[in-house]
Design a protein around this ligand. Structure first.
Ligand code: ADP
Length: 489
């Protein structure tokens, strides 16, 4: 067997390629950024050709750095920014419009109308709350707005895919049009109970079935890279959306295990086992399908977490760097009654209030930038706490510890405070990329690079664990302060 696994991670701002050995040591990383296109306020696009070029460039960089070629790679795993939608021509392989990115709000009016009539049936079948965030309204928008597109789609001449699907299509030289269950479950077209595309949902969104990719397992053979395109034939045997891949990368494979990614926003996912568990305020999604078994997850996201630190740095300009927030927060013994609710774009789960706006409370003459930095970091922990509380209630599982990853987890103050507020240990692995690692695990499992889930190499010794140290009455007081600030927003 060739000694390496290659993970491709096509994120929102860059494409990465990471080469792992059998102990999941990172042998090489390639990374290429691509442009963010903002045609109108609230619209976000990527150029699919540029996504592909960035991914290819990243692969080349990683292989060059490791001084190997593809023959040394046993299998490839793909993970991707979720929901982002591409439609391309079946004959030429050319996209008919830019990729519409998950963040793009252009379809919110369309979705409001659909939600009014079909909200409950959609939630029932897909586990999702209809929102312009998901793929099918974006696909419908392209079909409605590109001249002749709907007609072509109805004739079976167009293909739809999320970013994984498009990458697989390109990697296989146009031979394979496929996705996996976790990505399919983010389209609003996939019935998570039957595990198949749903004709009623296709009807509601007006999407012809012939456009849809074949749904493959998250770990299993999908196709092989094309010799001419890639200079080698390697099986692609792993595929999952980035948040689900990160859950797998933490080996959160038992029901009740969870992870939280701290980036621009926070994404908390909990493994709920082989049955979908529904919640009024959180999403139900497919975590992965492996060896014939579907595993489900409950998902809660907070829109504004790391973004509040960026705001202090770039707009208020009271931080030199994101890292400086840590030393400022540590320079005072407590928040001195100052709370920040960063509801910049309303409040997401579990509060769901689009009209809420941000605020800072408890300001006195003595309030300084240290208090603002501390209040901002604390707000990340309180918002995550609210999701955890809701998830525990709705899933029936206790979160006994929280595994974390993402850019903001570098902040040791934040990690300790998070542990204190949740009253559970926070576990931070020193590996850089849970997401890419999850895709690598999935790919490797399918080709017996690793024999079973229990044989997956862990790096337990390489973790930082933050344990709760706060007195219960202090915790209660802080959470009361947070709740009263929240109520005012
Ligand atoms: P994304 O994948 O969403 O782009 P990353 O995982 O790269 O995000 O994390 C970047 C986010 O983390 C930014 O919003 C930044 O403000 C925040 N961040 C980075 N370093 C720190 C830090 N030391 N303390 C708090 N937040 C941080």
């Amino acid at each position: 067997m060739s000694p390496y696994i290659l993970a491709l991670d096509e994120g929102t701002t860059s494409a990465r390629a990471i080469i792992y050995d059998e102990n999941v040591n990172v042998i090489a990383v390639g990374q290429r950024e691509f442009n963010q296109i903002y045609p109108h306020p609230g619209w976000v696009e990527h150029n699919p050709e540029e996504l592909w070029a960035a991914q290819l460039g990243a692969i080349k960089e990683a292989l060059d750095f490791a001084k190997i070629d593809l023959s040394k790679v046993s299998a490839i795993g793909v993970t991707n920014q979720r929901e982002t939608t591409i439609i391309w021509d079946k004959r030429t392989g050319r996209p008919i419009y830019n990729a519409i990115v998950w963040q793009c709000r252009r379809t919110s009016e369309m979705v409001e109308l659909i939600k009014r009539d079909y909200g409950s049936v959609i939630k029932e079948k897909t586990g999702l709350v209809p929102d312009s965030y998901f793929s099918s309204p974006k696909a419908r928008w392209i079909l409605d707005n590109v001249l002749g597109a709907m007609e072509k789609a109805e004739k079976g001449d167009l293909l739809f895919g999320t970013v994984d699907s498009y990458l697989i299509y390109r990697l296989t030289g146009g031979k394979v049009h496929a996705t996996d269950s976790s990505n399919a479950s983010r389209t609003l077209l996939f019935n998570i109970h039957t595990g198949s595309w749903d004709s009623e949902l296709l009807e509601i969104f007006g999407i012809p079935e012939s456009m849809l990719p074949e749904v493959k397992p998250s770990s299993g053979f999908i196709g092989s890279t094309d010799q001419e395109v890639m200079g080698g034939e390697v099986p692609i045997t792993g595929c999952a959306g980035d948040q689900q891949a990160a859950l797998f990368g933490h080996i959160a494979t038992q029901p009740g295990e969870s992870k939280c990614t701290y980036g621009t926003g926070n994404f908390l996912l909990m493994n709920t086992g082989n049955k979908p568990v529904t919640s009024k305020r959180l999403l139900t999604t497919i975590a992965w399908k492996i060896r014939g078994k579907t595993t489900f997850a409950m998902e809660g996201s907070v829109f504004t977490t790391g973004a509040v630190i960026q705001w202090l740095r770039d707009e208020l300009r009271i931080l030199e760097s994101a890292d400086e927030s840590e030393s400022l927060a540590r320079s005072i013994p407590d928040n001195d009654g100052v709370y920040m609710v960063p509801a910049f774009t309303g409040l997401g789960a579990p509060h769901w209030n689009q009209d809420a706006r941000g605020l800072i409370t408890g300001i006195t003459r003595g309030t300084s930038r240290t208090h603002l930095a501390r209040a901002a970091l604390e707000s990340i922990a309180y918002q995550t706490h609210d999701i955890v509380e809701c998830m525990q209630r709705d899933s029936g599982y206790d979160i006994k510890s929280l595994r974390v990853d993402g850019g903001a987890t570098r902040n040791g103050f934040l990690m300790q405070f998070q542990s204190d507020i949740l009253d559970v240990p926070v576990i931070r692995p020193r590996m850089i990329e849970a997401t890419a690692r999850g895709a690598a695990y999935m790919a490797g499992l399918a080709v017996d690079f690793w024999e079973s889930m229990s044989a997956l190499p862990r790096s337990e010794s390489n973790t930082d664990v933050f344990t709760p140290k706060m007195r219960p009455e202090t915790r209660r007081g802080l959470l009361d302060g947070w709740r009263s600030a929240l109520a005012k927003s």
